[in-house]
Ligand binder design. Sequence first.
Ligand SMILES: [Zn+2]
Length: 49
Amino acid sequence: MESLGFCPDCGGRGFQHMPYTEAYYMAPLDCPGCNGTGSYEHWEENNLM
Ligand SMILES: [Zn+2]
């Protein structure tokens, strides 16, 4: 994923699909790893600690 520049948590989509939480099907959650940007750079910044 790093070579592609995509967030490994969401694969660059910027949100995480949770098929088991039907209550949220209308509002996809922003990926917490990259803050919804889908960018590997942002994911790295959030995972340095
Ligand atoms: Zn992400």
